[in-house]
Design a protein around this ligand. Structure first.
Ligand code: HEM
Length: 505
């Protein structure tokens, strides 16, 4: 806390090797030759931090969407600027070229994550256990490569088949649950959350649960609570000194995550391990792959139970992202009924009313795909912050080791220089000359070595679930209900908004 950025500006000299022609802004243009040279440190500009508070006050009015605040400050301080938050220097980057420098060109220098108290609390006090919030260690490299291959079906056809099958068997269950609630005002998020979790457990652990199972329901609620928490900022992120005043909140995070772990260990891993031991040659899902790693003959390569437990905890948590984004999908088409009509027309014309929607249809369903992308654009969920692992630079500005890098995806998705009428919900913007076209600066799943491993399954699951729903039902809002869809995060409250499903004629 004592180290405010101003202090650093005055006292600390960061020696950097800066290549002059690398800079498209003015930071290092003061230097003379095109060769590598030692430049004087030019730290990014930024508002002056206050003692203890740092720059928290500069963001106070943007509590509901801090990324809107980062964009507003960027207009004043430029495309790369600095802030001090939680006693740590932060650098905010909102321009695509600078973002690419962080994620791709210098990806190895920016591959760590911030050391936030909350990140530790989610993972039993040690964020290195997490897949998404850890730094980039050798173990992480192995875990994430394995997970990425599994979730993008690289090299193993049977995994794609089993993924498709896990969705396919869940769709009749979803329709059955909705059929029982026809013409009633319902909280669809509950049903969709059970559905998404079952798609995940089906694919990743070969196990499905009954939607009426109260322990399963409790697990899904717990995940949604943690997902909501992780999607929002908290005052202890920027003022960790206040943590003792939030002990009941901290305990609730601890209890919730430990409940999740207990469930996964007792109701998923242990049971499945018995089956694996009976038939170790049958590898049907990622949990079996983890068991192979647990039994590796090489002691240095072998994984322990914690590694397996936390991989499963992290991955199953991805189902909350899916249920929330599907709710957003439904929310937007309820607000823009002409989009619902176009989606239904596309379904009728391409798949028909009776045929089951398949992933193989997706390529012909341009408007459906475009709607998923438009939901992701307009939602603008943040890229998880990165951390500089050495003294380096961005856009020619000095960045010191340990700085947290905020990559302002919200700005890239809402900048009128990059999008026509960015505030308008307009799926058509992603269809150009009869093809899906995503501009290079559209990176809802980020890019580079720490990009999202869920990129493929998210789009596939959202596509199948929403197509299945709209093929069979009209969806409408009860009298007086207007979905509130705050931007800069994916999560919505458990009881965010009700809707009504009626059978299409
Ligand atoms: C709408 C849904 C989702 C969106 C928009 C999204 C977006 C993102 C973004 C922006 C990142 C950070 C990338 C970076 O730091 O450069 C990320 C990381 C990650 N996501 Fe997703 N995600 C979604 C769903 C999922 C799902 C369903 C899963 C799991 C199956 C998942 C697993 C992960 C993991 C493990 C990481 C960390 C990767 C790493 O740090 O190496 N995500 N996601």
């Amino acid at each position: 806390l004592q180290a405010t950025l101003q202090y650093r500006r005055n006292k600390k000299q960061v020696k950097l090797v800066v290549r002059r022609k690398n800079t498209s802004n003015n930071a290092s243009s003061a230097k003379g030759s095109d060769d590598l040279e030692i430049a004087q440190p030019i730290l990014p500009p930024g508002p002056t931090p206050l003692p203890i508070l740092g720059n928290a006050h500069n963001l106070a009015e943007y509590k509901n969407c801090p990324y809107e605040g980062f964009t507003a400050l960027g207009k004043k301080y430029g495309r790369v600027y600095s802030l001090s938050l939680g006693g740590t220097p932060h650098v905010v980057v909102g321009n695509f070229n600078d973002i690419k420098e962080v994620l791709i060109t210098k990806g190895n220098k920016f591959d760590a994550r911030p050391d936030l108290l909350r990140f530790k609390l989610y993972f039993g006090g040690d964020r290195e256990k997490s897949l998404a919030l850890c730094d980039y260690s050798e173990l992480q490299k192995k875990r994430i490569t394995m997970v990425r291959n599994y979730l993008t079906f690289r090299g193993e056809k049977s995994f794609f088949e089993s993924f498709e099958n896990s969705i396919a068997v869940e769709m009749p269950v979803l329709k059955d649950k909705l059929d029982r609630q026809l013409n009633k005002t319902i909280n669809a998020k509950e049903i969709l959350s059970y559905c998404a979790m079952n798609i995940f457990t089906g694919y990743m652990c070969s196990k499905k649960f009954d939607y009426q199972d109260e322990i399963f329901q409790d697990l899904v609620r717990k995940y949604d609570y943690i997902f909501e928490d992780i999607n929002n900022s908290h005052v202890i992120d920027v003022l960790p000194i206040l943590a003792p005043f939030f002990s009941s909140y901290i305990n609730s995070l601890k209890n919730t995550t430990s409940g999740i772990k207990k469930f996964i260990m007792n109701s998923v891993i242990q049971e499945k391990y018995k089956q694996f031991q009976e038939n170790p040659n049958r590898i049907s899902d990622i949990l079996d792959i983890c068991f192979l790693m647990y039994e590796d003959k090489d002691e240095n390569e072998r994984w322990d139970w914690d590694t397996i437990l936390y991989i499963m905890e992290d991955l199953l948590g991805g189902s909350s992202a899916i249920s929330n984004i599907i709710m957003r999908f439904l929310g937007y088409i309820l607000l823009y009924p002409e989009a619902m009509q176009k989606l239904q027309e596309e379904i009728d014309n391409t798949i028909g009313r009776d045929q089951v929607p398949l992933l193989s249809n997706k390529k012909d369903m341009l408007y459906s795909q475009a709607t998923v992308y438009e939901i992701l654009r307009i939602t603008s969920s943040p890229i998880v912050p990165h951390v500089a692992t050495e003294d380096t630079s961005i856009g020619g500005y000095a960045v010191e080791k340990g700085s947290v890098i905020i990559l302002n995806n919200y700005e890239m998705n809402t900048n009128p220089d990059l999008w026509d009428e960015p505030d308008k919900f307009m799926p058509e913007r992603f269809i150009v000359d009869g093809n899906i076209k995503k501009p290079a600066h559209f990176i809802p799943f980020s890019t580079g070595k720490r990009s999202c491993v869920g990129v493929k399954i998210v789009v596939d699951i959202v596509y199948i679930v929403t197509t299945t729903i709209l093929q069979r039902y009209n969806v409408s809002l009860p009298e007086g209900v207007t979905p509130q869809l705050p931007k800069g995060k994916i999560s919505l409250a458990w009881d965010c908004f009700d809707m009504i499903f009626t059978l299409r004629d």
